[in-house]
Design a protein around this ligand. Structure first.
Ligand code: DOR
Ligand code: ZN
Length: 344
């Protein structure tokens, strides 16, 4: 097979930032995806419907002319989020979810929630309003080994959220472990997960063996090979609980190649091509359309896209970097060869 036509996919977990960098990264996403769930971890965080709509306008203005790309906005849950804001969000056409960051878990998560029990009344309102909760599933306890933080979060917090709010739609974002995959498989169909290209493609050797490679550093951190294999199995299983979410998270090259480098892999430039690589290696290209184009909109109760994109088997080299206003962004797999290319 050297050509593959799919219903146009969407990205169900994406960071596009704001300001100058936005123009470059949103064009990369809009080249392949019709819609994306936009993460609210700006500085300051996007916490209200009005702020999210302002941010949405900024994104739309940054799009290449003629683009029909639709940004699906989310609100950042803080200890101050009110039931009234949940009700307002549920009625707002362009707001699709709330994002929960445990305070301190990752980039710009300081405004997140320390004690999850304190927001249970908000989660109850979200359950009633049927607006999804997107979770960064890691504990923030310094004493917890960084490679165990997702697993411990599942045991200590996620299980209880899902049990207490059985009708709340929950997306466990960017799952990285066998434990997370098992949890989502055995939960009700209100619980789903996104999977990133980097967690499907690499294990922790890519980050540390033979030198520290900051462009593979993201949170949750990439794990051991047996976890990667569990993720690949889930993504290519055809189970609708698992769908595409890149977590593409651009940082300036200088902020990553640094004595305290930022977390985040930049994959938006070629996300679908990266996933195609994974699915082809598993002999599962027939499962790519469900993962990339069907299960996400089904879970979010949105229509599937009606247009298509075509991938062609054609080797190309990922650029060393993409220039932006204040420097450059180094992509995931810079200078490496990918074997599928989207036809423009
Ligand atoms: O690696 C990450 N980068 N993980 C996150 O959760 C946030 C993201 C970012 O915003 O840079
Ligand atoms: Zn993210």
């Amino acid at each position: 097979m050297d050509k593959l036509t799919l219903t146009q996919p969407d990205d169900w977990h994406l960071h596009v930032r704001n300001g100058e960098i936005l123009k470059t990264v949103i064009a990369h996403t809009a080249r392949q995806f019709a819609r994306a769930i936009i993460m609210p971890n700006l500085k300051p965080a996007v916490t209200t419907v009005d702020e999210a709509l302002t941010y949405r306008s900024e994104i739309c203005q940054a799009l290449p002319s003629g683009s029909n790309f639709n940004p699906l906005m989310t609100l950042y849950l803080t200890p101050d989020t009110s039931v009234a804001e949940v009700k307002k969000a549920a009625l707002a056409e362009h707001i699709h979810a709330f994002k929960l960051y445990p305070a301190g878990a990752t980039t710009n998560s300081e405004s997140g929630v320390n004690d999850l029990k304190t927001i249970y009344p908000i989660l109850e309102a979200m359950e009633q309003e049927d607006i999804p909760l997107l979770i960064h599933g890691e504990v923030t306890d310094d004493a917890c080994d960084i490679f165990d933080r997702e697993k411990v979060f599942i045991e200590s917090s996620l299980a209880s959220i899902v049990k207490t709010f059985p009708d709340l739609r929950v997306v466990v974002e960017h799952v990285t472990t066998q434990e997370a995959v098992d949890f989502v498989f055995s939960a009700s169909n209100k619980v789903a997960a996104t999977i990133t290209p980097q967690h499907l493609m690499f294990n922790r050797n890519a980050l540390l063996a033979g030198g520290i490679r900051p462009h593979y550093y993201c949170l949750p951190i990439i794990k051991r090979e047996h976890h990667r294999l569990a993720l690949v199995k889930a993504a290519t299983s055809g189970n609708p609980k698992f769908f595409l979410g890149t977590d593409s998270a651009p940082h300036l090259t200088g902020s990553k190649e640094n004595s305290c480098g930022c977390a985040g892999c930049y994959s938006a430039y070629g996300a679908l091509e990266l996933y195609a690589e994974v699915f082809e290696n598993e002999d599962a290209l027939d499962k790519l359309e469900g993962f990339a184009s069907f299960y996400g909109p089904d879970f979010y109760q949105l229509p599937r896209n009606s247009n298509t994109v075509t991938l062609q088997k054609q080797a190309w080299t990922v650029p060393a970097s993409y220039p932006v206003d204040q420097g450059s962004i180094t992509p995931l797999m810079a200078n490496e060869i990918l074997s599928w290319k989207i036809l423009d």
